[in-house]
Design a protein around this ligand. Structure first.
Ligand code: DGJ
Length: 666
């Protein structure tokens, strides 16, 4: 809901309000972001930090808007032009008092949602170019508190989404990706609290940027001990030339306020992403088999058929051939760009394999990496000029590959054409869209148009093939963000499939992203990356808390493991609607609960036997007066007792995991 006062606007969601006021100088400033207020209550508050601080005047903090006009003058002298309230939310329109720059600030509360979406649009209304040195989507500020704490996730390849919490340092903290994708190292999500929030209590202010390229969020704890942050696409030094009549539109920067702790913030993010970001959250995420860890670059038709047979026996619903099905791709040194079936590996094309897979009752999927090319490929030999690069600079190879300059319309058109042919010409239900290397030698004009064209190609594919499922991937979880999730169904969370390490990776991922998007495979023991041996049950219990896949070499699994796996897949299919559509509560770093209606699922893991799970795990949010039946033992439990004293089945000493399914029966 949006209320309009005298130069004051108030947006209200079920748990929060966001208020903006214009000062006498016409500069828009944040009045309030926090618990719900009425317009009258908001009126009593002084204006605080600027909504999009720039340069000039007594501004010495982070400048989210940096402009240089043709005459060399910098900054913005704000003049309010008007506002609109409509279907698209609140629009505040401004212009510079002297230069022909128009600035529009957009605010939107998605219908029924508990988040505020913000973005900025600049337009050059004059006849000479304007240089945009920085244009953030929005700046966010929180009310004054005694202290402030930052929560965010960091990591690396194979170790993504490691949750960290630290006191907000005085001065500035920069979270950024300079890689052209949103990155393994940091993720464009953060949360701030006063240092007193817990999983279920305390105020949490949290934001996420819907952008899959380079980005920067700068958090500032200023001289007055106030905290604010400004963020948007591009890292420092990426600039734009805004020609006459041209506009620059930033990605959406979404804010969520939770009065009820980190768990409350996660609930709202999951609900927001499922209801307002994902193309279709209600689509069933199939149980996937992906052959990458089993066969790597040594793909053959008969071996994939054999794996498909084993997978079908386990109850897998969709079989995916990963890398190395195309061109001369027998290692990572060749073939990227040549998107036709390798004639030696698939002499009659993909049809025999697809027919085999569908004949086994599964759907079929393929891996693609449309943004990359190997030098050793027909595509590169035909179009060396398509490679991302700069004159007189050596094009850097990463993983023996180059990037195509996707900002070029002809490159994007070529990619769309072959992808569309591939999906139209075959019975393909799923694509895993990978991106295995960062940008290098990219010019100013590349960073943003590249990502926009990637979005455009995926959007066009989805529009033409509405049943196609797409998994986003960048060497694991290097491109997990609201921009990618707006056009994919799930994310490949990490190449680290060691269940013991995965618990922490998933703990971080789930802070913002919902379980239905969290691709999670069960692979071999010992694990290919870490060498760790773990029981098949533990590996399943970890992966079943996301979007389950299997990625091990099933040809070598024991009969016992295969039998147990089939039973666990069956159980997963029963709990899938609860895990994917329910409310997620973290019951600690190694336990998670999903609740949907009368049904409750709790996973408890013990990733290391050195850390015995001594304290009983206590479910949250049950009806204290209700009784619950344990679906495996038939035992009946009282809600109040479960919440006070925990689950009655502690982990046996030799078990690494437990799954408890409860149904409310009275
Ligand atoms: C990186 C991905 O994260 C892996 O799952 C796999 O698809 C490889 N690329 C294939 O090259």
């Amino acid at each position: 809901m949006i209320h309009v006062g005298d130069r004051l606007w108030l947006l209200t969601t079920p748990s929060s309000s966001y208020a903006v006021r214009l000062g006498d100088d016409d500069v828009p400033r944040c009045v309030h972001w926090g618990r719900p207020l009425t317009l009258d209550q908001a009126r009593t508050l002084p204006a605080g930090r600027e909504e999009l601080p720039g340069e000039g005047g007594e501004r010495f903090g982070v400048a989210g808007l940096q402009i240089r006009y043709a005459d060399g003058v910098r900054g913005v002298d704000w003049r309010h032009l008007g506002h609109q309230v409509g279907e698209d939310g609140l629009v505040l329109r401004f212009a510079d008092r002297h230069h022909p720059l128009e600035i529009t600030l957009h605010y939107r509360v998605p219908p029924g949602g508990d988040a505020v979406e913000r973005r900025t649009v600049l337009r050059n209304a004059g006849a000479t170019p304007i240089t945009v040195l920085r244009c953030d989507s929005a700046a966010w500020s929180v009310p004054a508190r005694d202290d402030y704490r930052l929560s965010h996730v960091t990591g690396a390849w194979g170790a993504e989404f490691r949750l960290g919490r630290a006191r907000v340092a005085p001065a500035e903290t920069v979270l950024t990706s300079r890689r052209g994708h949103s990155g393994h190292h940091a993720n464009p999500w953060l949360a701030v609290d006063a240092g007193d929030a817990t999983e279920d209590a305390g105020e949490v202010w949290s934001t996420a940027l819907a952008w899959s390229g380079s980005w920067r969020v700068t958090l500032e704890r200023d001289q007055d001990d106030r905290v604010a942050w400004s963020g948007g696409f591009g890292h420092e030094g990426v600039t734009w030339r805004l020609g006459p009549g041209e506009s620059l539109e930033t990605p959406v920067f979404t804010g969520v306020y939770a009065p009820d702790g980190f768990g409350g913030a996660s609930h709202r993010w999951h609900d927001h992403i499922r209801a307002h970001v994902l193309p279709d959250a209600n689509r069933t995420r199939p149980v996937i088999y992906n052959s990458w860890e089993a066969t790597g670059f040594d793909v053959t038709e008969s071996q994939q058929m054999e794996l498909a047979e084993r997978a079908a026996e386990l109850g897998v619903e969709l079989f995916v051939v990963d890398d190395a099905w195309f061109g001369a791709r027998t290692s990572d040194r060749a073939g990227l760009g040549d998107w036709w079936p390798n004639p030696e590996r698939f002499p009659d094309g993909l049809k025999p394999l697809i027919d085999h897979v569908t004949g086994l009752g599964m759907r079929f999927g393929l891996w693609v990496e449309p943004e990359s090319v190997n030098r050793d490929s027909d595509l590169y030999r035909a179009h060396p000029e398509w490679v991302l690069g700069q004159a007189h600079r050596r094009a850097t190879e990463v993983r023996d590959q180059l990037l195509l300059d996707f900002s070029r319309p002809d490159v994007a058109e070529w990619a769309h054409a072959w992808l569309d042919d591939l999906v139209s010409g075959h019975d393909i239900a799923f694509l895993k869209w990978d991106m295995n290397r960062p940008f290098t030698e990219a010019g100013d004009d590349t960073w943003v148009p590249f990502v926009r064209n990637v979005y455009d190609v995926i959007d066009r594919l989805r529009a033409a093939h509405p049943d196609l499922l797409i998994e986003g991937c960048a060497s694991g979880g290097g491109r997990a963000d609201l921009g990618m999730l707006a056009r994919t169904d799930q994310i490949w969370t990490s190449d680290n499939t060691d269940a013991a390490q995965r618990v922490a990776i998933q703990h971080g991922y789930g802070q913002i992203y919902p379980a239905c998007t969290m691709g999670a495979w069960v692979t071999d023991s010992p694990n290919a990356l870490t060498g760790r041996r773990t029981p098949v049950r533990f590996r399943f219990h970890v992966a079943m808390s996301g979007a389950l896949g299997i990625g091990g070499d099933l040809r070598h699994w024991s009969g016992d493991d295969l039998r147990e796996a089939a039973l666990l897949v069956e159980t997963y299919k029963r709990i899938r609607p609860i895990v994917h559509g329910g409310r997620m509560d973290r019951l600690g770093p190694c336990a998670v609960q999903y609740t949907r209606g009368d049904q409750v699922v709790v996973f408890v893991w013990r990733p290391s036997a050195l850390e015995p799970a001594t304290a009983p795990v206590r479910p949250r949010g049950l009806e204290p007066g209700a009784v619950y039946r344990d679906e495996d033992t038939g035992a009946i439990h009282h809600g109040a007792v479960l919440m006070s004293h925990g689950l009655p089945r502690p982990l046996p000493f030799d078990a690494l995991s437990e799954l408890t399914r409860l149904t409310r029966v009275g």
